[in-house]
Design a binder for this molecule. Structure first.
Ligand code: PLP
Length: 432
């Protein structure tokens, strides 16, 4: 499969090259050059298929012959080694819990898939080159990437995170592993971290010295496996015979864009809804037609504190840059922290469900869209385990959260970080 740059000023590359490079030389995001619908027969028998089989059928066209069938199936089996339960909150709304992976984040799937693809390509190289994965995190990416790449041979991982703006558990997840995983605490915002990372990628002083690649959701091998979730939900709801609406709490818009790609492959989806916090660039764009990135603002749903959503350009491409077409398929609403807390309280009191702040925003947006549309069935994506956001969940609720074993283990481990705040310091550190 070939990938082209969305800035259309770079040569087409293979899947392998797109994974290793992350971004195209012209700084555009890579995008598949062909997208084929899955056979009708696949959807007819989907409820009888294992998750691994579904995932293989969905992803194989995006990889082509670059990873042999057996290796790809093995990668998928390792990546999907946990549950994706759909929890019914009432007759028409369910929560698709994507947080049962090793770091309790939906990003585990993409991070693990990417790590294993890179690991596979590395193992096939005649002269082994160290790859440095450089990534900025607003919270959940860091832990998922750290865990996914932990002990992967030939890959060194450097993670930048904004000091004091990630939760305790998130910080522990990325600062306590050691070995090939290094964490950098930046005195600044997530956008500052992302700016430093982007600058490093375009800095020619690294050429021939450090092989830098990205593990942010712009990497095609992190983005595309997120399509699986939507197929898994459809598989479980198909027998109800209703049309599906997916609501996705969004920051960089990689997850929802993967859902839209799933729809392009033929998955029957009636509509997508995005819920954001006050970093509402996309809901505002849908409303006004003006796309205005802004510096991000801190909220309690911090994994969505993104002021310039990097994957939105892929959504634009999917809809031929046609706002009217996009509006037919996507609605967006934004919520304040107070509304988010009220929603968590409501879900706890009325539905006996503990949601994290991101999932709560997904719920709010879904509930709003479904009002008065009785023919539709809704699923919101619950993207993180509530335990990771204990400090912002009302205490009456957070007391009821059972702490998973994987979290208990890391809480007592010692944090190891390097503190730095300028691009020059980062560069010196990476070149040393
Ligand atoms: C990353 C993240 C999101 C946003 O996902 P995008 O693909 O960036 O839109 C939402 N919720 C949680 C918990 C996350 O970690």
């Amino acid at each position: 499969m070939k990938y082209f740059s969305l800035y259309r000023n770079s040569p087409e590359v293979s899947f392998k090259e797109a994974v290793i490079k992350g971004l195209a030389p012209d700084k555009g995001l890579y995008y598949p050059s062909e997208i084929s619908k899955l056979p009708v027969n696949f959807f007819r028998r989907i409820e009888g298929l294992e998750n691994e089989t579904i995932a293989y059928e969905v992803i194989k066209q995006f990889i082509g012959d670059e990873i042999p069938e057996n290796n790809l199936k093995q990668i998928i089996t390792e990546v999907l080694s946990f549950e994706f339960p759909l929890v019914e909150l009432d007759t028409r709304i369910s929560s698709l819990e994507l947080y049962h992976g090793p770091t309790l984040a939906f990003k585990d799937v993409g991070a693990r898939f990417m790590a294993r693809c890179l690991g596979y390509f590395n193992s096939k190289m005649v002269t082994k080159e160290e790859v440095t994965v450089l990534v900025a995190t607003s919270g959940d990416t860091g832990g998922a990437v750290a865990n996914g790449f932990y002990e992967v041979e030939g890959v060194d991982v450097v993670i930048l995170y904004p000091s004091g703006k990630v939760s305790d558990i998130q910080e522990k997840q990325l600062t306590t592993l050691g070995k090939n995983i290094r964490a950098i605490e930046v005195d600044g915002t997530f956008d500052d971290c992302q700016t430093m990372v982007k600058r490093a990628f375009s800095d020619q002083d690294f050429d021939g010295k450090r092989n830098l690649t990205s593990a942010n959701s712009i990497n095609v091998s992190r983005w595309l496996p997120q399509m699986f979730y939507y197929f898994f939900a459809y598989k479980q709801l198909k027998s109800k015979g209703k049309e599906l609406v997916f609501s996705v709490p969004s920051g960089n818009f990689g997850n929802i864009c993967a859902g839209m790609m799933a729809q392009k492959l033929g998955l029957p989806v009636n509509h997508f809804v995005t819920g954001t916090n006050i970093n509402n660039i996309v809901p505002e764009y849908l409303k006004t037609g003006s796309y205005l990135p802004k510096p991000s603002k801190a909220t309690i749903s911090n994994a969505m504190d993104v002021g310039a959503p990097s994957n939105f350009i892929r959504i634009q491409e999917l809809y031929g840059n046609d706002l009217l077409e996009l509006r037919k398929n996507l609605s967006g609403y934004s919520y304040t922290d107070t509304e988010t807390i009220d929603a968590m309280q409501y879900l706890f009191n009325e539905k006996n469900y503990i949601a994290d702040p991101h999932g709560a925003i997904g719920y709010l947006a879904l509930e709003k869209y479904l009002r008065g549309k009785s023919n539709l069935e809704g699923v919101f994506l619950e993207t993180a385990h509530p335990v990771k956001f204990q400090d912002v969940i009302p205490s009456e609720i957070s007391e009821k959260i059972t702490i998973p074993e994987s979290i208990k283990k890391i809480l007592n481990k010692e944090k190891k970080v390097k503190k730095l705040s300028t691009y020059e310091a980062l560069k010196a550190y990476l070149l040393s």
